[in-house]
Design a protein around this ligand. Structure first.
Ligand code: ASP
Ligand code: MG
Length: 422
């Protein structure tokens, strides 16, 4: 008998019929003798619906008092789905109780709409478990020191589940979702993508930050920090499949690079179309230039991703970086208004039709020539690389958006990701 946390995403909770299925599945685990904590998302579409209503009413200039109300509002989606699940469990004959974040309590800071969990009191939950109840806890939300309801950012129920699993030292946290695991790449782009049986925590972290949408990145950070055993699996298998089979399905996030790990050099290809490139041309090449340009961008709360500075010629250099596409206009306006005049930069040019494609694998640490193979594959397809960035376990390139699918598919094949691993 173990303490297990299940997390169900919005699609899995999308209708009363589906909630009934979730209840049957959870009941199966409880009857197998496990202590069960379940963390649901809001029913699919509900968070968007609620935030859409707020948008209709909000003024164009919003502040923290507005964000406080957004959290008050958005948190109701999970409150409803949690109560519905507890009702469905009771109907299955399983004693169950649901709690909102503030009732547990899940303590967060006060950063409304993107709060961070600071601590979780588990006394109440433990007492219920000891009394034989399944405890349902709302995902996505917590409470700050002043008693305000907070939410954790979109997709935040993953983080709730992992944080609760960490606080309660659960044997495993199972993330049930509408895909059956973590894939070598998005199967919508490459139909030959394969499900990974295991993926290391570091690879998962890179994939999440590089555009894979399977898990909220903060939940992966949390899992890494507290070494929470985490599994991503499908909620669309029949609820009555054999529990031992179910417990081994999906993708397990692992922490050791042990011999059981799949030994591929590259484990996955990630991509995203969310970025835009900005180049500041003809800036004087002298100390402080990067700070002058990127400092101004950072001060405006705009995140910068890939950065390159060219060799200088005649004392001038070009400087390029990428930002989120949503921040593109703001960043270029700011550079034109504030940075160009003081810097004497000749020109600012931009491109929003770019994408970033990355290869990820802990095997890259111990193998040479992986990045050069990536560059060769792209050159053979006639794809021009505009920017490159690397870390120990990934290489990313910025290329023209129109070649994204071609790049993903040819890299997937070149690194044998379509081949079953031994
Ligand atoms: N309901 C929230 C959202 O849609 C949290 C979650 O689903 O994880 O972002
Ligand atoms: Mg999600």
């Amino acid at each position: 008998m173990a303490l297990i946390v299940h997390k169900y995403g919005g699609t899995s909770m999308g209708s009363t019929e589906r909630i009934k299925n979730v209840a049957k599945r959870v009941a199966k685990w409880a009857r197998a003798g496990h202590q069960m904590v379940v963390v649901p998302s809001a029913m699919s579409g509900e968070t968007n619906r609620l935030l859409g209503l707020a948008k209709e009413l909000a003024s164009s200039k919003t502040d923290a008092s507005h964000d406080r109300e957004l959290d008050m509002l958005a948190s109701t989606g999970e409150q409803a789905s949690s109560a519905l699940l507890a009702i469905a469990l009771q109907a299955e004959g399983v004693p169950s109780v649901s709690y909102a974040g503030w009732q547990v309590s899940v303590h967060t800071d006060s950063a409304f709409t993107k709060a961070r969990i600071e601590s979780i009191d588990d006394a109440r939950v433990r007492a219920d478990l000891a009394a034989g109840k399944v405890v349902v806890i709302t995902g996505f939300q917590g409470v700050d020191d002043a008693g305000n309801i907070t939410t954790l950012g979109r997709g935040g129920s993953d983080t709730s589940a992992v944080a609760i699993a960490a606080a309660m030292k659960a044997a495993e946290c199972l993330i049930y979702t509408d895909v059956d695991g973590v894939y070598t790449t998005d199967p919508r782009v490459e139909p030959d993508a394969r499900r990974l049986q295991t993926v290391s925590f570091e690879e998962m972290l890179e994939m999440a930050s590089l555009g894979s949408k399977v898990l909220q990145i903060r939940s992966v950070e949390f899992a890494g920090k507290y070494k929470v055993p985490l599994r991503v699996l499908s909620s669309f298998t029949p609820w009555d499949i054999d529990i031992n089979e179910e417990a081994k399905s999906g993708t397990l996030i692992t922490f050791e690079e042990d011999e059981n790990m799949e030994q591929a050099v590259v484990s996955g290809i990630a991509f995203n179309r969310d970025e835009a490139k900005i180049s500041v041309l003809g800036v004087p090449d002298r100390p402080g230039i990067a700070y002058h340009i990127l400092g101004a961008v950072a001060d405006a709360n705009i995140e910068v991703d890939v950065i390159i500075q060219n060799l200088s010629k005649d004392g001038k250099t070009d400087f390029s970086f990428t930002v989120n596409r949503n921040d593109y206009a703001k960043a270029t306006d700011l550079l034109k208004a504030k940075v160009m005049p003081t810097l004497g930069a000749a020109e600012i040019v931009g491109d929003t039709k770019i994408c970033k494609v990355s290869i990820v694998g802990i095997g890259m640490r111990s193998h040479v020539g992986v990045a050069s193979k990536m560059f060769r594959v792209l050159s053979e397809e006639g794809i021009n690389i505009q920017m490159i960035s690397t870390s120990e376990i990934k290489t990313s390139v910025v290329i023209d958006e129109k070649y994204m699918e071609l790049a993903v598919r040819s890299l997937h094949k070149a690194f044998d990701l379509d081949q079953p691993t031994a």
